[in-house]
Design a protein around this ligand. Structure first.
Ligand SMILES: [Zn+2]
Length: 614
């Protein structure tokens, strides 16, 4: 009954809206070119909006026009490419030119408020036709209202995806979900936010829905899922040398085409290599290429539109240059965490978790004799605590975190009693690691008591979740430790999932050098050791209708993996600078490898306090 009443009301609204629609039918981009004023605060440039300045947005905006038959649009994008401003243009068009009820959903009420203040209010207050439309006092009220703006012939709802109320009782013709991948996976007891929001538009025969986001992790990303089912448009531009149309792609250092660079005294120089003629294309070619470009669908038969935008298309002055991207990439490539951010926010692509599963057999085949092993740059150990034993891996580290497993020990004994901890000291004294990380997940108080008296030992707490870094950045760690120290405990958080992903991706490296992991031919490194090391795999699961990836243990025991994870955490947390040590080693005359190895075996170095500042 209620739905029927709503439907009738909406029909009436549509009729009224059609009646008051101005005679001249503008598209969204035409409306923006005629009416939209930019204050400079929000868009980097002030004055009248010019679609020609960022031509890739024209088709996306025009697909939102009332005259377009497109109903669903998925925009998978990098950040800073102007899509938010295109959305604001659409809202202005909707208020002034094609009135209808419209809803903008942001992931949370907080992000809605921030978006309202930074993006929407400039439209309400600085674009003259909108300011006039709302009238002086009403325009100020509108700027202050958080969740609803009335305008002649329609209403704009502003909602937060984390609030079940946002999805209730509102019927709209136009729906915009921005920053989709940051929405909560489930809303209240009702489930999938996309399905819930979509339900709000079903009363309108000619509804439109726009979904926008920077993607996240492959298999978890909602925008990726929507784009995958769309017609998958990419913006093709013509090479200024051979005229062949192609989408711009990062390529990477190994690819034949894409972004290339060289470092010189003047800094980094970046250019683009054409996929067809291999000629060099420079930044100054970009404006003409963008102006002459066109969107091409991979699946033209599909009704749903999908647009992919990367920062490679940023117009000069409105986003990162190719050179800026190269600079970012050079620092991002150092770790999976920062590389993931680069891939998501600059390339607009999903991040693929590395290291799904490793086969233990391949690892057994590469056991080696360490007789010739040179002295490494650092040595750490990782300790896993079980009820009846401690397990310890001792690892040497070389440049680029090339790892040499030195030993894996099992120290039997009740870990709630002090004896086994004394034996741990004796074992460690033989190897003299500079830093030792102990998992505090079990028998926590004994672990705290142990690390408290030993400056080279750290208590570790593992934390799951794809977003938790292997170790915290220095600032976050200092802040947290300051708070904890007041309570008398110092525990270091280690991102379990990222650490596992890193170890598994490194186990797949087959060439000795940075990242490679060596195992000695020693009885401790047997079938059981490798079975435990490879005991986990990454699987895709469903939460409601939404896929996500998770590490799953395929065998009951995984202590050797945990020990290696702890040893890695110890290295990262110790403050040991492998690069500085490598530079020092190069300047010093290194002893012959055999001599160094022999020396190491015969004379265990007594425990020394690492020279780090905590
Ligand atoms: Zn070419």
């Amino acid at each position: 009954m209620i739905e029927n009443e709503n439907e009738k009301r909406n029909r009436r609204l549509e009729v009224i809206a059609a009646a008051i629609t101005p005679r001249k039918n503008l598209t969204v981009s035409q409306w923006a070119d005629q009416h939209r004023e930019l204050s400079g605060k929000q868009a980097g440039e002030r004055g009248r909006w010019r679609t020609a300045r960022n031509p890739i947005l024209r088709e996306i905006m025009d697909a939102m026009s009332a005259s377009s038959r497109v109903t669903d649009i998925w925009v998978m994008k990098s950040s800073q490419v102007g899509v938010t401003e295109a959305t604001v243009n659409f809202l202005g068009y909707c208020m002034d030119h094609a009135p209808a009820p419209v809803m903008v959903l942001m992931p949370t009420l907080d992000s809605r408020d921030a978006w309202k203040a930074q993006k929407l209010n400039p439209l309400l207050q600085e674009t003259p036709v909108i300011r006039d439309l709302l009238g002086g006092q009403r325009s100020r009220d509108a700027a202050n209202s958080k969740d609803m703006i009335d305008f002649p012939g329609g209403v704009l709802f502003l909602a937060g995806g984390n609030s079940p109320n946002s999805y209730a009782q509102r019927s709209v013709r136009y729906l915009i979900m921005d920053d989709l991948d940051r929405f909560p996976p489930e809303v209240g007891a009702e489930g999938d936010p996309v399905a819930l929001a979509r339900g709000r538009t079903k009363a309108f025969a000619r509804a439109k829905r726009l979904y926008i986001s920077t993607p996240t992790v492959r298999g978890e990303s909602l925008i990726e899922r929507g784009y995958a089912e769309s017609d998958q448009r990419r913006y093709h531009v013509a090479c200024p040398h051979c005229g062949q149309y192609q989408p711009l792609e990062w390529g990477g250092p190994e690819a034949a085409h894409g972004i290339k660079w060289r470092a010189s005294e003047a800094g980094v120089e970046a250019w683009y290599v054409c996929a067809h003629c291999a000629a060099e294309i420079y930044e100054h070619h970009k404006p003409a290429m963008l102006a002459g470009g066109r969107w091409i669908a991979s699946f033209p038969e599909r009704a749903t539109r999908g647009y992919h935008i990367s920062a490679l298309y940023a117009p000069i002055g409105l986003g990162p240059s190719w050179r800026d991207l190269v600079e970012e990439w050079k620092s991002a490539v150092k770790s999976p965490g920062t590389l993931r951010t680069f891939v998501n926010t600059h390339l607009g692509e999903c991040w693929e978790e590395q290291g799904d599963q490793v086969e233990p057999v391949g690892l057994l085949a590469r056991l080696e004799d360490y007789d010739e092993k040179a002295r490494s740059l650092a040595r750490t150990a990782g300790v896993d605590v079980q009820k009846d034993r401690l397990e310890v891996s001792v690892v040497d580290w070389d440049a680029g975190e090339e790892a040499w497993l030195m030993d894996h020990l099992i120290v039997p004994g009740d870990t709630a009693q002090p004896d086994v901890w004394k034996r741990l000291d004796e074992e460690l004294a033989h190897w003299a690691p500079e830093c030792v990380a102990v998992d505090s997940g079990y028998n926590t108080s004994m672990v705290y008591a142990y690390v408290e008296k030993r400056r080279w030992a750290l208590a570790i707490k593992g934390r799951g979740g794809p977003g938790v870094p292997i170790v915290e950045d220095e600032k976050a760690r200092r802040q947290r430790l300051r708070r904890q120290r007041k309570k008398g405990i110092t525990v270091h958080i280690v991102g379990d999932d990222q650490a596992k992903a890193l170890i598994y991706s490194r186990l797949k490296i087959t060439e000795r050098g940075p990242g490679y992991i060596h195992f000695p031919s020693d009885p401790s490194f047997d079938d059981e050791y490798f079975a435990q090391l490879t005991a986990e795999k990454l699987v895709t699961k469903m939460r409601g209708t939404r896929p996500y990836v998770e590490w799953v243990q395929t065998r009951p025991r995984n202590e050797t993996l945990d020990c290696l994870k702890m040893a890695l955490a110890a290295l990262r947390l110790s403050g040991i600078d492998l690069k500085a040590r490598e530079a020092r080693r190069k300047t010093e005359a290194a002893p012959a490898p055999a001599e160094a190895a022999a020396k190491k075996k015969q004379q265990p170095i007594p425990h020394k306090i690492p020279t780090i500042g905590w």
